[in-house]
Design a protein around this ligand. Sequence first.
Ligand SMILES: C[S@@+](CC[C@H](N)C(=O)[O-])C[C@H]1O[C@@H](n2cnc3c(N)ncnc32)[C@H](O)[C@@H]1O
Length: 459
Amino acid sequence: MRPNRPNGFGARGPKNSPPAQDATPGLAARLAAAHAIADVLSSAHPLEERAGAGDGEGRYAGLEARERALARSIATVSFRRLGTIRKALGRFLEKGLPRRAGALEWILIAAAAQLLFLDVPDHAAVDLAVRAARLDPGAAPFASLVNAVLRNLARAREEVLSAADPLDDDTPHWLAQRWRANYGEATARQIARAHRDEPTLDLSVKSDAEGWARRLGGVVLPTGSVRLESHVAIAELDGYAAGEWWVQDAAAALPARLLGAGAGLRVVDFCAAPGGKSAELALAGASVTAVDRSAERLKRLAANFERLRLEADIVVSNALSFEGAPFDAALIDAPCLATGTIRRHPDVAWIKRQGDLPALVELQSRLLDKAVALTKPGGTIVYCACSLEPEEGEGQIAALMRRNPDARRIPIVREEIGGLSECLNAAGELRTLPCHLQGPTPRLSGLDGFFAARLQRRP
Ligand SMILES: C[S@@+](CC[C@H](N)C(=O)[O-])C[C@H]1O[C@@H](n2cnc3c(N)ncnc32)[C@H](O)[C@@H]1O
């Protein structure tokens, strides 16, 4: 199916529907999901930002908890399996997607996601999609087409599902090509396969990981994070309000510890918000300067620190223009394509572009040079990025070694990362992949894709 341009309600529609004229149970959740899909694909802004992370903002605002959970499931699985969904719809849209059809594409995607991947009765998915189409002036003339396409799709479900390929169908072509070239066919397939399963939550706990795993129903990973068995509303969990833990993927919990921060160490975190890694540094006793250019994101860092009862000096600044007395250590969690987070944020695969890479690579290398310059001779620097793209990881450090004689690599050893030797490369750099750390079930398996290297400013 040819992707539609943003001519549906995604671009201009009312901010928070459900429409008053049809109060059919379940319709509001379907409309919210279709709105969210439209918003993300037409704006290239992340789903969490457009739909709201569950705090009453964005497209899911005004929905009751159950409806919000359903809207969230529909939108998330729509992105996780967007390639399969579009290909399947394309089979039954014999003349392609009609032009000037308003929100038709988004309504079809949301309905197909339910038919193919969610435990929703077929008649509910189809009927509510037809109702949604009738409410949209552009899509209304195609309401019977919606009905026919979705009924055909429901009949072909088993065949569609068995033919779907994680790498060829559910990964954008340019990313599949990159992963094949950079990791080889077998690993590229394992990465794409790992993206199919929604991971549960990982927590970084202040102390007593075993105790929190028991209390919250989880397991302690070899790296020390607690992995919960199921995906739950975090604010209701024991220990959240008391600030005993924070949510952070197990791979994201590794880079900060590589600094060896302890009491009295002055550390600058150059891209700090919303603060997961700064929190680890502060918890270790370091005196943390948390820098980020986004005041909005730093507000979240401040709130997280308040809940966790941790302290940091919070500075809104472009790190490239930040000045201060040299630090003992520096952390750069670089802005990047974020392709390592597709498991948790499947929309990332569809909103990032290969063309975004050169500007990010340039910014990352300037951030690295700045960090070396602002670290005392003999001090430690950790560079990391939640990206699977080597230009933002291995290539970035190789280039630094060539251009900056002040920096040298200090290899990471397996004991520092819970013995996960599969996550270390020959240069002693951390490279985690979504297919690493296999657990007893797919939901309990995997890591975000992260790169990290430890450097020293030469004494
Ligand atoms: C990957 S996120 C950081 C996540 C954070 N370290 C954590 O663990 O929660 C990257 C951050 O870099 C910030 N950023 C991007 N360019 C920047 C710059 N030139 N100076 C400072 N911060 C920047 C973004 O606002 C964003 O918050």
